[in-house]
Write a protein that binds this ligand. Structure first.
Ligand SMILES: [Ca+2]
Length: 291
């Protein structure tokens, strides 16, 4: 997801209060409009402290800190596991700045850079076979790309907003800011179902950047929570949150701006419980584990 470029001060305060209340309680219906960012919101409303006992509460251990592109308004992040296995696919947002590129995390070198048209706001990305799909926020379409070159090969209409995206072998999961993930056919991007996400029985809204991970315990979806430093781990079969990860200890070294929040999680292939984390216009890319 993203942010409103020119929020009005009066409505911004009201929205912050509403946003914080929603993040704390997770009991209200999900809004259908884009929530506004607000200074100080990040980390103020952690779900971790209120997670029920049967939901794991995990922290973040940082193993390595790498350079990241501080101009990248990160909306999609995943390792190209079906390609070279090491490069990161990065999708970014903001009108006039949205793009997709491949990143060598060791050197910071970018390649296969493709800017979007100035009216488009890029969102989540995910590779499935020979295709990389890239969402747009409110442009009503998903961009289909060649997975090797990242060049656009087509577009398909999408109902609703696009926030995060991730892929299992046979299905794509899309977040739209609500507590419901939409399932898409990875070949056509046709919507094929929905998965309500709940935290202790209540809707878990504002799901943002996603990561689909096959584990020995089954399929799990990791989700950034918009304007929060929490990451949810969701059982992809039931939609139930089974862990709340408190990432408030991960340093946010972005230029101070309410939009520059944690957003971007990518599992590292072949390594259990190893992930990259970053954020919107963050200068750092962290190698982390959750425990
Ligand atoms: Ca991801």
């Amino acid at each position: 997801m993203n942010a409103l470029p020119t929020p009005q001060p009066a409505t911004r305060t009201a929205s912050l209060l509403l946003t914080s209340a929603l993040l704390v309680s997770c009991s209200s219906p999900s809004p259908t409009v884009e929530p506004e960012p607000a200074a100080g919101a990040q980390g103020d409303a952690s779900l971790a402290a209120s997670a029920p006992a049967d939901i794991e509460r995990l922290g973040v251990t940082i193993h390595e800190t790498l350079d990241f592109d501080p101009t990248a308004f990160t909306q999609g992040l995943e390792v190209d596991a079906q390609g070279d296995g090491t490069s990161l696919l990065v999708g970014t947002g903001w009108e006039g700045e949205s793009r997709i590129f491949r990143l060598d995390p060791a050197t910071g070198q970018q390649s296969d850079v493709h800017p979007l048209e100035p009216t488009a706001f890029g969102e989540g990305i995910a590779r499935s076979g020979d295709t990389v799909w890239q969402l747009t926020w409110r442009n009503g379409e998903a961009i289909k790309r060649d997975a090797t070159t990242l060049a656009e090969v087509g577009r398909v209409p999408v109902q609703g907003e696009g926030w995060g995206l991730c892929a299992f072998d046979d299905v794509l999961l899309r977040s739209d800011g609500t507590s419901t993930l939409t399932l898409h056919d990875p070949a056509t991007f046709a919507a094929v179902g929905t998965m309500p996400v709940t935290l202790a029985g209540a809707p878990a809204s504002k799901l943002n950047e996603l990561e689909c991970v096959d584990t020995p315990q089954g399929r799990q979806v990791y989700a950034n929570v918009f304007l929060s430093t929490d990451i949810l781990r969701i059982d992809a079969t039931s939609g139930q949150v089974n862990a709340v990860i408190d990432a408030s200890t991960v340093p946010n070294n972005a230029n101070p701006d309410s939009n520059h929040v944690l957003n971007g999680i990518a599992a590292i292939p072949g390594e259990e419980n190893r992930f990259y984390l970053t954020g919107k216009r963050w200068p750092d890319l962290y190698v982390v584990s959750f425990e």
